[in-house]
Design a protein around this ligand. Structure first.
Ligand code: HDD
Length: 690
């Protein structure tokens, strides 16, 4: 045993822990060597265990306390480290150092679902959190957003009601991670302000193919403040470089069965193999005059600003390039705080944002158990921090001297007087950031927040036919899961009549209920010009980059055909994944053994973006007796993916009900082209959509 191994470091003890973890010698938490980690201390070989066994007691005691309260919302999440690089000069708008052109800032990002618990699945119909912590040289800035640019409610006072309604029901503790139940729709149908968000939540936006293929939004209107303290309003957007891509409902359901951790695994593996996900940070900047001229209130989080009205300006790139070393220490303990802003960025008076400013700080104390959670490495700023806050549970810093108050005159006596207030110009929230209304104390909702339907209509009418059918079908599916509360589906459809009569009629027909009278709107909705930016299909990127092609083979598969498909997929930047009945491999036509990446029953086609089937005649005959192989082709077709099959594999396609269309090809060049797309036109032939 080297004596350095157990040497206590003078400072915070962190060095000792690291040494113990990376060294060879097992110790207790207090550095005492442990020589036997297999047997507890007993009185005689078959006698009772002794209380004095501090090694056993410490180990069990620590284990008993390993879990902390999970997040009340966004409990299930996946995180990664990365870097943000500012790529445009916006010093006229903001003095924040993080936006200085060329500046690189370390970041930590956590993606999450909202409703489910920490151990729930990755692919439910749910909003995704998109929280980014920028460790800037002027302190931490947390942009705690979602993958949808609007929210369910307008005022934070409704948040506990919303969350109680959406999470598993209070008595029966189900369903987990989904909105398709009584209490959510009861609440939603009684709260017309949820309607715009409901349109997004019923769309494929909430079924992302990958966390790497999601947009992100700061949601609220924030402010940028320049060095002259001039403020501008701003909305933040994240745009994935791989393009936005979603799955469809049947696929998402089957993904839950195939892989609970589909998104977590996808993110981890992409980063692990050097395929670093990237997003552009873009801003929409506008002034008070623009804000005042809109028919909606920019302080209302249930409204967006169409990109056609205020175009996006790209100001930086986010790259996730490092997986966490330890999930608990980093992803679980990271504490995002919308209150974390830096000089040059400021809040607006959005009442939802204002409530968040209290909630997050408060919840971290309950989750992490101490007001000193900012000292946990994942939360600690990377720039120096000095203040006179002291003590508290789990204090790990050792401040020196007597200066724990200010003003003080200790320096005059040669003692360290501690930090002083930052000079003017460094200040953040106290900057003069432009006029916003203040007035009498009123518990009131502004009249300008009264229109709940126009933007819901804008969203619906901006979708393609196929996307609209998905929205209508989701409403039918979800409302059909409402059990006891008969009044809820008609009440919801009555609200939808204010959005779009056709949508309401489709939902009523799908549910098999008469069309109810239109709900009375607090303010009559109006038509806004269609916004293509709101549709996924209209801006989808036809690419194989970042995507995976499953290639089904069996004994006898032609080696040349397989090689050419693998090469073509790889050259198109896709990932070729070979699937065979046995993971050990298949014997190819040239006698070689081709190892498989996945076994057929454990690698269903829903985990891939496109499917190739390369079989010999005998191989095909064998696969036609294999339920998993038939399902493989059937699901790839049903999930609107390209299917490339060689001549010998055609009987399997026929058995799986695959019919010819543009997405069904041979295994040549056409396949790789088709594999970069989805074939939404195929869908009406396959299933009844509302
Ligand atoms: Fe929230 C977590 C996003 C409204 C209260 N929220 C949380 C996370 C995200 C969001 C991404 C997970 C952060 C992480 O990964 O640790 N929340 C939003 C967005 C909102 C929003 C985009 C509206 C625009 N949230 C909101 C309101 C309140 C909260 C109005 C309360 C008044 N949110 C919380 C919370 C959580 C949280 C309870 C749970 C865990 C945490 O904060 O750290 O405080």
């Amino acid at each position: 045993m080297a004596s350095e191994d157990i040497k206590t470091s003078a400072g915070n003890g962190g060095e000792t822990h690291q040494q113990a973890a990376s060294g060879n010698m097992l110790t207790t938490n207090h550095g005492v060597p442990v020589s036997d980690n297999q047997n507890s201390l007993k009185s005689g070989a078959r006698g009772p265990t002794l209380l004095e066994d501090f090694v056993l007691r410490e180990k069990i005691f620590h284990f008993d306390h390993e879990r902390i309260p999970e997040r009340i919302v966004h409990a299930r999440g996946s995180g990664a480290h990365g870097v943000f690089e500012a790529t445009d000069d916006i010093s006229d708008l903001s003095k924040a150092a993080v936006f200085t052109k060329g500046e690189k800032t370390e970041v930590f990002v956590r993606f999450s679902t909202v409703a489910g618990g920490a151990g729930s699945v990755d692919t439910p119909r749910d909003v995704r959190g998109f929280a980014v912590k920028f460790y800037t040289r002027e302190g931490n800035w947390d942009l705690v957003g979602n993958n949808i640019p609007v929210f369910f409610i307008q005022d934070a006072i409704k948040f506990p009601d919303l969350v109680h309604a959406v999470k598993m029901e209070a008595d029966r503790a189900y369903p987990q991670a989904g909105t398709a139940h009584d209490t959510f729709w009861d609440f939603a149908s009684l709260m017309p302000e949820t309607t715009h968000m409901l349109m997004w939540a019923m769309s494929d936006r909430v079924l992302p193919r990958s966390l790497r293929m999601m947009e992100g939004f700061g949601v609220h209107t924030f402010k940028l403040v320049n060095s002259k303290d001039k403020a501008s309003f701003v909305k933040f957007h994240w745009r994935p470089k791989l393009g936005i891509q979603s799955t469809i409902w049947d696929e998402a359901l089957k993904l839950q069965a195939a892989d609970n951790d589909y998104h977590r695994r996808d993110l981890f593996e992409a980063i692990d193999t050097g395929a670093f996900p990237e997003w552009e940070l873009a801003i929409q900047v506008f002034d008070e005059a623009f804000a005042n001229a809109q028919p909606y209130d920019v302080l209302d989080a249930t409204k967006l600003i169409p990109e056609e009205d205020v175009p996006l300006r790209v100001i930086g790139t986010l790259t996730l390039n490092r997986n966490v070393d330890n999930f608990f220490a980093e992803t679980e303990q990271v504490a995002f705080l919308p209150t974390n802003i830096v000089p040059g960025i400021d809040f607006s008076n959005d009442p939802l944002l204002q409530g968040r400013l209290f909630s997050y700080l408060d919840t971290q104390k309950s989750r992490l158990g101490t007001t000193n959670f900012h000292q946990i490495p994942i939360n600690a700023p990377r720039c120096p921090m000095h203040n006179f806050q002291r003590d508290g549970l789990m204090q790990t810093m050792v401040p020196k001297g007597r200066a724990n108050y200010e003003p003080n005159s200790l320096a005059a006596h040669g003692e360290d007087g501690g930090p002083r207030e930052a000079p003017a110009g460094f200040a953040t929230v106290d900057a003069a950031t432009g006029p916003e209304e203040t007035g009498d104390k009123l518990r009131i909702r502004s009249e300008t927040f009264a229109d709940h339907y126009s933007q819901a209509r804008l969203f619906y009418r901006s979708q393609t036919e196929s996307e609209q059918a998905h929205i209508a079908s989701s409403f039918v599916f979800e409302l059909s899961k409402v059990g006891l509360l008969d009044q809820v589906p008609p009440r919801m459809v009555a609200n939808l009549r204010n959005v779009d009569e056709d949508l309401a009629a489709r939902v009523a027909t799908g549910l098999g209920i008469p069309l109810p009278n239109k709900a009375k709107a607090a303010r009559e909705p109006f038509d806004m010009p269609v916004s293509d930016a709101l549709s996924i299909h209209k801006k989808m990127k036809n690419t194989l980059e970042g995507r995976a092609v499953g290639i089904l083979i069996a004994d006898g598969t032609d080696a040349g055909e397989l090689k050419s498909v693998v090469t073509a997929v790889t050259e198109a930047k896709g990932k070729a994944v070979i699937v065979a009945p046995k993971v050990g491999g298949a014997k190819l036509s040239d006698g070689s053994l081709q190892k498989a990446d996945g076994q057929l029953a454990g690698s269903p086609s829903q985990i891939f973006d496109a499917a190739a089937i390369i079989l010999s005649e005998a191989g095909c005959a064998a696969m036609m007796k294999e339920g998993a192989a038939i399902q493989w082709a059937m699901d790839a077709f049903g999930h609107l993916k390209a299917i490339g099959a060689n001549a010998a594999a055609q009987p399997l396609l026929a058995k799986a009900g695959v019919e010819p269309d543009d997405g069904v090809t041979d295994v040549g060049a056409d396949f790789v082209k088709a594999a970069a797309k989805r074939f939404y036109d195929r869908e009406p032939k396959l299933r009844t959509l509302a």
